[in-house]
Design a protein around this ligand. Structure first.
Ligand code: AMP
Length: 280
C-alpha cells in the first residue's frame, strides 16, 4: 500500500494507471476508521482495479471548533486496517496541501435548494460549504473514478450527488449501506468518544428508527413522530436535535408516506450523532 501526502504525487501515479486502462475506486474519509469505512473500501475493491482512500480531517466542514479539536486522529490504527481491506493507495495530505494557508470554504455557488436549508444544513451552519469545498478538491486530485459514500450521511450523499451533476465532475457516486454495531448503533468515528454510559444510551437512536419503521404501515406521520420522540425521551442522557420523516430527495418533512427517509440527530454530552433509515 502506497501513501501519498501531496496532490502532485497522487495525480502522477493515478494518471499513469488510468492511462494504462485501469480503474480507480475512491473512498474519502476523515480517518478513525471502523467497519463502516472498511465496507466502502471492500466494495470499491470489488468494482475497480485499484482503491484509493483519503484520510483528511477537513477543518472547513466543522462548525464547532471543539468537535474539530477532539476529532479522533489515529493513522497508526487506520493504515493496517486499510492494508488488510485491500486498499492500494492512501492520500493523507496536510491541511496546507489542501488549503494553502487559506482555510475558508469556497463559496462558488451550487444551488442546494432545500438540501442547503434543512436538517444538517440548518443545525450545522456552513457544514456543507466545507464538504463541497473539500470534495471538489479531492475529486480534482483523484481524477476520474467511482467514489463510494455511506448512506449514514444521507444528506451529504445528496449534496455530493448534486455537486457532481451540476459541475459535470467525472466521478460516479456509489451509495453504500449503513454498517451498524450489534445493538443497532450506526458505526461512527465519534462513537469512540462516548463514555460507557453514553454508549449504552446511544442505542436509543437506532431503536427509535427501527420502531418507527416497524409501525410504518399502521400509523400516521404524526403518530410516528410522537412515537419516536417518546422513545428518545426515555433516555435522559440523549438530547434530541431533530427527528424528521423527510422526502429522500428534498429532505423536507413529509405529509404523505412516500419516498421517505427517517433522519435523526442527537447529542450525548458534547458528542453529536446522526443516523437514518429507509422505512420501505
Ligand atoms: P467520515 O470519515 O465520517 O467522513 O466518513 C467517510 C465515509 O464513510 C462517508 O461516506 C460516510 O458516510 C461513510 N460512513 C461512515 N460511517 C458509516 C457507516 N456506519 N456505515 C457505512 N458508511 C459509513
Amino acid at each position: 500500500m502506497q501513501i501519498f501526502n501531496t496532490v502532485a504525487e497522487l495525480q502522477n501515479s493515478l494518471n499513469a494507471l488510468r492511462n494504462s486502462g485501469k480503474t480507480i475506486g475512491f473512498v474519502p474519509t476523515m480517518g478513525a476508521l471502523h467497519a463502516g469505512h472498511i465496507s466502502l473500501v471492500k466494495k470499491a475493491k470489488e468494482e475497480n482495479d485499484y482503491v484509493l482512500t483519503s484520510i483528511f480531517v477537513n477543518p472547513t466542514q466543522f462548525n464547532n471548533p471543539d468537535d474539530l479539536a477532539k476529532y479522533p486522529r489515529i493513522p497508526a490504527q487506520d493504515l493496517p486496517m486499510l492494508e488488510n481491506a485491500g486498499c492500494d493507495f492512501v492520500f493523507m495530505p496536510a491541511v496546507d496541501e489542501m488549503y494553502h494557508g487559506n482555510t475558508v470554504s469556497d463559496r462558488r455557488n451550487i444551488q442546494l435548494g432545500s438540501l442547503g436549508e434543512v436538517l444538517e444544513a440548518k443545525h450545522r451552519p456552513g457544514h456543507f460549504d466545507g464538504v463541497i469545498t473539500i470534495v471538489r478538491k479531492l475529486f480534482e486530485a483523484s481524477g476520474r473514478s467511482k467514489a463510494y459514500f455511506g448512506l449514514k450521511d444521507f444528506q451529504q450523499l445528496a449534496v455530493v450527488r448534486l455537486l457532481v451533476k451540476s459541475e459535470n465532475i467525472p466521478v460516479e457516486i456509489i451509495p453504500c449501506p449503513i454498517v451498524r454495531e450489534e445493538d443497532g448503533l450506526a458505526m461512527s468515528s465519534r462513537n469512540m468518544r462516548l463514555t460507557a454510559d453514553q454508549r449504552k444510551a446511544a442505542t436509543i437512536l437506532s431503536k427509535a428508527l427501527f420502531e418507527v419503521k416497524s409501525h410504518w404501515e399502521s400509523e400516521s406521520i404524526a403518530e410516528l413522530n410522537a412515537r419516536a420522540e417518546k422513545i428518545i425521551a426515555t433516555e435522559s442522557a440523549v438530547r434530541l436535535e431533530y427527528f424528521s420523516i423527510a422526502d429522500r430527495d428534498t429532505l423536507l418533512p413529509l405529509t404523505e408516506k412516500k419516498n421517505a427517509v427517517i433522519c435523526i440527530a442527537a447529542y450525548l454530552g458534547d458528542i453529536r450523532l446522526i443516523d437514518n433509515i429507509l422505512p420501505e
